[in-house]
Design a protein around this ligand. Structure first.
Ligand code: C5P
Length: 301
């Protein structure tokens, strides 16, 4: 059994996030397009004595994250032990974080996805990608996409994912806020603004634009039903979105439940120009550039 391995996992942005009614399980029905971006968390996983699960972090927001059983990464390792009935194993997890914490980019789900892949390999569980996606869906709605990566449509809670053959490369600028937003709080606020949402549907124009690599079409289709709720909770984000557009971004959107703002460009040079403009904006803590699509959680050894 290999003693140690390294898994790299990407952040996500939602190109379209359509939110529908609340389901009986309390989640909202979603129709979304995810893209995995080259902003990564790096997991090192080492075998540990039976029953021992430990977690440490370094990097972005590390000091604010719990390292006990409330962390999705530990819950992912436990889920693998339980599903594969492995009381004989343990794991030491260390995560180098670059994905913003509580930023709307699936950082916690990405880490859980990385842990599923690492434990599957370290403990030789032999789970198929479909089985990992099923275990992941039990942990969080974004985990199946974090496993898959690329560009994909998400339905149901966002956890039923189907890859799309998106043509071309998409260059992104990400404006990070100096605070996080709680996903349940944003969905609750959405409920108060939109008490009776329609069944969520993606625009066929966006899917066609993705398939043909038409970046202007993709930019025109960037949309997020949570945006009014997010901007009402943090009004300065409206200004951040406007500044990126003025700086030449083809399109701008709040990523997931925010507060990260994502800006689309057709070249890395343009994305960098948008980044330079945004770094001077009040309320922007840091700026990153990234490209997509990239793969989901992968073992890099
Ligand atoms: O699945 P995850 O733990 O990432 O979801 C966090 C929270 O976001 C949920 O508890 C719920 O409040 C909200 N959510 C939702 N509908 C979804 C996904 C998330 O209401 N489809």
């Amino acid at each position: 059994m290999t003693g140690q391995l390294h898994v790299r996992v990407a952040a996500k942005v939602n190109l379209s996030l359509r939110v529908g009614p609340t389901r009986s399980d309390g989640y909202h029905e979603l129709a979304t397009v995810f893209q995995a971006l080259s902003l990564f968390d790096d997991l090192t996983a080492r075998n540990a004595p039976a029953g021992e699960l430990s977690l440490s972090f370094r990097g972005e927001g590390a000091g604010f994250l719990p390292t006990d059983e409330t962390n999705l990464a530990i819950r992912a390792a436990k889920a693998m032990m339980e599903r594969f009935e492995r009381p004989d194993v343990g794991v030491e997890l260390h995560i180098d974080k670059h994905i913003p914490v509580a930023g709307g980019m699936a950082g916690g789900s990405a880490d859980a996805a990385a842990v599923l892949v690492a434990c599957n390999e370290l403990w030789q569980c032999g789970a198929t990608p479909q089985e990992l996606a099923k275990i992941g869906a039990g942990l969080g709605a974004d985990v199946p996409f974090s496993l898959l990566g690329g560009t994909a449509v998400g339905t149901a809670r966002g956890d039923r994912v189907t890859p799309i053959a998106a043509a071309g490369t998409y260059y992104w600028t990400l404006a990070l806020a100096p605070y996080g937003l709680s996903t349940p709080a944003v969905f609750n606020h959405f409920d108060s603004l939109v008490p009776e949402p329609n069944h969520p549907q993606l625009e066929p124009e966006l899917l066609h634009a993705l398939e043909s690599g038409d970046l202007d079409g993709v930019a025109a289709g960037l949309t997020n039903d949570l945006e009014p709720a997010v901007v009402e909770l943090q009004p300065e984000l409206g200004q951040t979105l406007a500044c990126g557009r003025q700086a030449g971004a083809l399109g701008a959107v709040i990523s997931g439940s925010g507060p990260t703002c994502a800006f689309l460009s057709s070249t890395m040079r343009d994305a960098q120009r948008v980044a330079d403009a945004l770094s001077a904006v009040n309320g922007v803590k840091a700026v990153r550039t990234a490209s997509g699509p990239v793969p989901g959680a992968v073992v890099v050894r």
